[in-house]
Design a protein around this ligand. Structure first.
Ligand code: ADP
Ligand code: 5GP
Length: 188
């Protein structure tokens, strides 16, 4: 397998991106390193600084954006920003690994624009809107208002699916992981 591929997973919140990535990181042959994004949101559940995200203040985020520290960043929800740090891309690629990113639909398409064939963009689809809502509620980590905001954005996000290189439905988690694993094996 060649090194230095960039694998992007995008989907509406609650579809299962983090669950899929967590399992993929258990396959050493994929040689994946996770791109830890920076965000201005607060940690959720058991999330830890430097593991799922670098949790920083809005002010710190703004300063980093002005300093040009990000490859890309988006205000994914009003008042909440997320961005891919240049230092993360360097950390993972210099370690000889393929980089895997969990980023929003616009960020995913920007990465494709920047990296072309070096990037493989994968859109994860929920089996239905009802199931998406069930998963967001079942996660049990978000306030009702946060869940609403995420569901309200789902249709808009789903409209970006055709622009991604490939689409995978996350109905059965193990099947979705296997499908994404195969895609990475054949492309990275
Ligand atoms: P995302 O990272 O896309 O926001 P998560 O990975 O946090 O989504 O998944 C949202 C919730 O749905 C979690 O509680 C997770 O355990 C659950 N989940 C993920 N994939 C599936 C699946 N295929 N079937 C049922 N529940 C799932
Ligand atoms: P969550 O708050 O559920 O962890 O993530 C919310 C959204 O932000 C998801 O769509 C996730 O993919 C996206 N996201 C996470 N990190 C980044 C990033 O670095 N850049 C962009 N553009 N989106 C991100």
């Amino acid at each position: 397998m060649n090194k230095g591929k960039i694998i992007v997973l995008s989907a509406p919140s609650g579809t299962g991106k983090s669950s899929i990535i967590k399992r993929l990181l258990d396959y050493p042959e994929l040689q994946l390193g996770f791109s830890v994004s920076a965000t201005s949101r607060s940690p959720r559940g058991t999330e830890q600084h430097g593991v799922e995200y670098y949790f920083i203040t809005h002010e710190e985020f703004k300063n980093k954006a002005e300093a040009g520290d990000f490859v890309e960043w988006e205000e994914v929800y009003p008042g909440t920003c997320y961005g891919t740090l240049k230092s993360e891309v360097k950390r993972v690629t210099e370690a000889g690994q393929n980089l895997i990113m969990d980023i929003d639909v616009k960020g995913g398409l920007n990465v494709k624009k920047c990296y072309g064939d070096q990037a493989l963009t994968i859109f994860i689809l929920p089996p239905s809107k009802e199931e998406l809502e069930k998963r967001l509620r079942g996660r049990g980590t978000d306030a009702e208002e946060v869940i609403r905001k995420r569901l309200d954005k789902a249709d808009y996000e789903l409209s970006f699916a055709p622009q991604f290189d490939v689409r995978v439905v996350n109905d059965d988690l193990e099947k979705a992981v296997e499908e994404v694993r195969t895609l990475i094996m054949h492309n990275a």
